[in-house]
Design a protein around this ligand. Structure first.
Ligand SMILES: C[S@@+](CC[C@H](N)C(=O)[O-])C[C@H]1O[C@@H](n2cnc3c(N)ncnc32)[C@H](O)[C@@H]1O
Length: 316
């Protein structure tokens, strides 16, 4: 981490962290051509969150296209751009945003490297379709000569130390002893109610999701840009690994939270879920069996704040 990082409000390549309050297009105009190593963002999904004006899908895509074009201008030749998106919903029918945004990248001659599935276990419970439990990160590079380093993001082997048992390589490791690739399906908890990183923002990134991209696609001192910064997660992930971070956020209340979080991250007081911590597994908790008969008998009369511990009589 940097020593007592100063957060600038406008882009200057000598800074280490920049939080611009305003429209991302105004920030992007301040950034010189080919100066950013990684652009990573989660744009508004046009689904009527408090920070967006829902508009026709074509208008939304046109606005995204303008931002993407400007981001690509700022991207180095060895650089990467990662767009993290979910679904747009129209008349209760879903449209996967990565599919409809793909042409905005391909028409700029970017090369797609992965469509990463970010799987998580919490969210709305749908009754008319299966509940959504993943979103995607579409990763493009500007050229074929791009920076990528798997080593810092390797994960433990399923069978560590496994060796060839016959043939000319008998006795040698059959796996990479430094760990294996995390693949393109990442199970990382999303930031909901009990997550240690939760702020009042409705859809912030978990820091560990962005750390994986920062570590594999950038080197120390490189610039990482997030045009839709929210509460500053991208800058925090960049700073934690001695990269420089810059982002724009249009709502002042999120800028304030971002500045507080960046300061706390710099001082080492921000609570962050560590990378690669295993996801909570209920099988390692005593099994609780819910007493449905008892619940059905009194759900219409029970006050909302009643303690329902007695409904788990078979807890073991
Ligand atoms: C999906 S959220 C991103 C959250 C972020 N990944 C985080 O970890 O906090 C999108 C953010 O973009 C902001 N935003 C919307 N339009 C913007 C614009 N034109 N320029 C800059 N920020 C914008 C919204 O206020 C919102 O906080």
């Amino acid at each position: 981490m940097f020593e007592n990082v100063k957060v600038a409000s406008h882009f200057n390549s000598k800074e280490r962290a920049v939080v611009f309050q305003g429209d991302c297009m105004d920030l992007l105009r301040q950034i010189p051509d080919e100066s950013i190593q990684l652009v990573v963002t989660s744009p508004p999904y046009n689904i009527g969150k408090e920070y967006e004006n829902r508009r026709h899908l074509n208008q939304y895509l046109e606005q995204q296209r303008m931002v993407i074009r400007e981001c690509v201008r700022t991207l180095r030749k060895s650089g990467s751009i990662c767009w993290q998106v979910g679904n747009y919903v129209e008349d209760s029918s879903i449209i996967p945003l990565d599919a409809v945004l793909y042409p905005a990248f391909s028409e700029l001659k970017l090369r797609m490297r992965n469509r990463i599935i970010w799987h998580f276990e919490h969210g709305l419970h749908c009754t008319n379709r299966f509940s959504g439990r993943y979103e995607t990160i579409i990763w493009f590079t500007k050229t074929d000569d791009y920076y990528f380093n798997l080593d810092p993001v390797r994960v433990p082997q399923k069978y560590p130390g496994k060796k060839h048992f016959k043939g000319p390589k008998s006795g040698q490791y059959s796996c990479n002893p430094r760990g294996k690739s995390p693949g393109d399906v990442w199970t990382i908890p999303n930031v909901k109610s009990n997550h240690v990183e939760k702020t009042q923002h409705p859809c912030q990134f978990p820091v560990e999701l962005i750390e994986r991209l920062v570590l594999s696609m950038t080197e120390e001192d490189d610039w990482v840009l997030d045009p839709f910064l929210g509460v500053g997660t991208t800058i925090i992930a960049a700073m934690r690994h001695n990269r420089r971070g810059v982002g724009a956020e249009i709502l002042p209340k999120y800028v304030d939270i971002a500045l507080d979080r960046i300061k706390m991250a710099d001082e080492g007081t921000l609570h962050i879920r560590p990378m690669n911590r295993p996801v909570f597994d209920p099988q390692h908790r005593p099994l609780a069996i819910f007493n449905w008969d008892c619940w059905n008998g009194r759900r219409n009369t029970a006050p909302a704040n009643e303690d329902h511990r007695d409904l788990f009589p078979l807890e073991r």
